[in-house]
Write a protein that binds this ligand. Structure first.
Ligand code: AVJ
Length: 322
């Protein structure tokens, strides 16, 4: 299943059009209607996400980058030499650069990323910058089992890197399943470095998902643009609106696409009725407490062995081991 793509070999496990269609038809048939957030990341969606990270309200990326920069020497000391770094949802690879730079003699780098354009772009840049690190990219959905490519040089341990609080997009049940799969991937001597957005003032959290410039709204609605293009759906972009609310009781942002009027949308000949004001659920972004995150990890057989927070305790990095 590998195709050669100069200069590095790419394992192509990209979800097929049938996967997308099946997930969308199932999601639109449910009550409430739902669409999976992993489908946000087509070429345009990955670009819009990068633009979100530059918005003043979206503190997550800025704070995590500063935290990584401040702590990467300590992190590298705990991880030790000759790691095979496996990153889930690697995106642009900006955080990867800091980590690979700090680690002692990393052997290989396996980004697992669903956006072809983001993956190819980041691997080309990192390959130029980190010559001795073997690039073993996997194009695919990290919530599905991913066969780990074998580096030419033997690694001392696998380090799974999962920054960005992307774990927060999964339900707790899905998170435990993913963390369990991660434990399998890393093996008994492995470790995982996970970025988590911490619970804080609801005003700050809600602002991060409702930026004034409307970039997050464009990012959310781009999902409908994608379905129109790739599945021949007929979502009227002017008749749907982005809405994100933080629920302190569940510690999560819930993002909806609201139908502005009663309307019918057709996807591959199947009609779906939307009522006026009907909310379609498109994303969760969970925010964590220390206890809550440790409990999730424990359910997957993983222990938090070290943690680092930024000075305001807005964002954390946690090192997990079996
Ligand atoms: C990339 C998954 C971390 O949930 O904060 C940003 C995605 N969605 N704004 C997040 C996102 C809306 C982001 N992650």
């Amino acid at each position: 299943n590998s195709v050669s793509a100069d200069p590095v070999e790419l394992t192509d496990l990209h979800p097929s059009r049938d996967d997308l269609l099946g997930d969308v038809l199932a999601g639109l048939s449910g009550t409430p209607k739902r669409l999976p957030s992993k489908y946000f990341y087509d070429r345009r969606g990955s670009e819009l996400f990068e633009e979100i990270t530059r918005q003043p309200e979206y503190y997550l990326t800025r704070v995590e980058l500063a935290l990584l920069e401040a702590e990467c020497t300590h992190i590298a000391a705990v991880v030790g030499p000759r790691a095979h770094v496996v990153e889930y949802g690697s995106g642009s690879g900006r955080k990867t650069r800091l980590l690979l730079d700090a680690l002692q003699d990393p052997v290989a780098y396996t980004p697992v990323e669903i956006s072809r354009s983001a993956l190819v772009g980041s691997v080309e840049r990192l390959d130029r910058e980190f010559g001795p690190v073997q690039m073993l990219p996997v194009l695919g959905d990290f919530t599905q089992p991913v066969p780990l490519p074998e580096p030419e040089r033997e690694a001392r341990r696998v380090l799974v890197f999962f920054p960005g609080s992307t774990l927060g997009n999964l339900t707790h049940t899905e998170s435990v399943r993913l963390l369990t799969a991660m434990r399998e991937t890393m093996g008994p001597r492995g470790a995982a470095l996970i970025g988590i957005d911490l619970q804080k003032s609801p005003v700050l959290i809600e602002a991060a998902y409702n930026d004034a410039a409307g970039v997050t709204a464009a990012f959310t609605l781009n999902l409908l643009v994608r379905l129109n293009r790739e599945l021949g759906a007929n979502f009227d972009l002017d008749a749907f609106r982005h809405r994100a609310v933080y629920l302190p009781e569940t510690g999560r942002i819930e993002t909806f696409i609201d139908s502005q009027r009663a309307q019918t949308v057709t996807v591959q000949g199947k009609a779906f009725e939307f009522a006026a004001g009907e909310a379609m659920q498109v994303e969760y972004s969970h925010k964590y407490t220390d206890e809550g995150f440790s409990a999730l990890a424990a359910r997957a057989g993983l222990a938090v062995v070290q943690g680092w927070n930024d000075p305001k305790d807005w964002f954390g990095l946690r090192l997990l081991q079996p």
